[in-house]
Design a protein around this ligand. Structure first.
Ligand code: DOR
Ligand code: ZN
Length: 345
């Protein structure tokens, strides 16, 4: 018997589209299945002003192939010199849907991020006042904190103090990777949500390191122990509206991944919905896939759910290209290491 599942068109609440040739190549991969995406601002140089976000939005729309519909939801990259008035104006005009906080040095192109959290206080207060969400890369960068502990320490030392001192600030903990992140979200009734990536639902740290180093499984925050992956699967598949899909699909060319100091990022735009269907089916939670991928995100961002639908159909193994071509070089598509059976129409 053919099994199929019709869900509202999903959105991606955390996506890297890059610019130029890479943008041209990866945008259709997302637009094929997703209606909207929160667009990360960590370009070189970063998208820090409303004018820059408007120009980036125009470049994204210009790169969209004829006949494809997709709405980029723009963000600003928070720096210690971000002007609260510029943020408020970009929000009031409808241009931006969030501001992104990168602790300086935490990840790809984060050197312009925040080192002294007191310096961004006026921006955070303005955001709390106008209801504009803050998307947080939740890792401390202190050299003496083990990389596998950086998310848990960030919650205690940075995130909780910021939230307590800025009542009303709406926060999305991006790409949570630990049971600590899940528990922190669940212990807060309001103003806090979390995105979970596709790849963190599938891999743990063994997948990166056992049997040889696998650069295409390396991302930040780095995948943790199996018990943490299981906590993420439980949260994502539970139906709890505070958890929603943000793929963090982050394309880098193979040349930049497969090197002595390879870039962080998994590219999942192409096959995410098939991967998620497999994960939710294994958790006996296919009924909650629509919530996670299509309803909870708009709920948090106070946007309508997409009007149209996609259909997932279970059948023989579905294959996706192992790489996509870009004018900058090939980009490897995330390989779950198990067969996929859910096709997307
Ligand atoms: O793995 C990652 N890649 N994590 C991030 O936070 C940034 C992203 C990128 O831009 O490549
Ligand atoms: Zn990201």
């Amino acid at each position: 018997m053919t099994q199929s599942l019709v869900i509202r068109r999903p959105d991606d609440w955390h996506l890297h589209l890059r610019d130029g040739a890479m943008l041209d190549a990866v945008l259709p991969e997302t637009a094929r299945h997703f209606g909207r995406a929160i667009i990360m601002p960590n370009l070189v140089p970063p998208v820090v002003t409303g004018d820059q976000a408007a120009a980036y939005r125009d470049r994204i729309l210009a790169a969209l192939p004829e006949g494809m519909a997709f709405e980029p939801l723009m963000t600003l990259y928070l720096t210690e010199s971000t002007d609260p008035a510029d943020v408020a104006a970009a929000h009031a005009s409808g241009l931006i849907k969030a501001v992104k906080l990168y602790p300086a040095g935490a990840t790809t192109n984060s050197s312009s991020g925040v080192s002294h959290f007191d310096k961004v206080r006026p921006v955070l207060e303005k955001m709390a006042e106008i209801g504009l969400p803050l998307c947080v890369h939740g890792e401390v960068t202190d050299a003496d904190i083990d990389i596998f502990d950086r998310e848990a320490v960030f919650i205690d030392r940075v995130l909780d103090p910021i939230r307590k001192s800025t009542p009303g600030l709406r926060v999305v903990m991006e790409h949570i990777t630990t049971a600590n992140g899940v528990d922190y979200v669940k212990s807060n009734e309001t103003d806090l949500g979390a995105t979970i990536t596709t790849h963190h639902l599938i891999i743990n740290r063994n997948h990166i390191l056992v049997g040889g180093i696998k650069p295409h499984y390396y991302c930040l925050p780095v995948a943790k122990r199996e018990e943490h992956r299981l906590a993420l699967v439980t949260a994502a598949t539970s139906g709890d509206a505070r958890f929603f899909l943000g793929t963090d699909s982050a394309p880098h060319t193979d040349a930049n991944k497969e090197m002595a100091c390879g870039c962080a990022g998994c590219f999942t735009a192409t096959n995410t919905m098939s991967l998620l269907a497999e994960v939710f089916e294994r958790a006996d939670a296919l009924d909650n896939l629509e919530g996670f991928a299509s309803r909870n995100g708009p709920g948090f961002y106070r946007l309508p759910v997409n009007e149209d639908t996609i259909t997932l159909t279970k059948g023989d193994a579905v294959t996706y290209p192992s790489k996509i071509d870009t004018d900058d070089g090939p980009v490897t598509v995330f390989d779950a290491g198990f067969p996929l059976h859910w096709r997307v129409d």
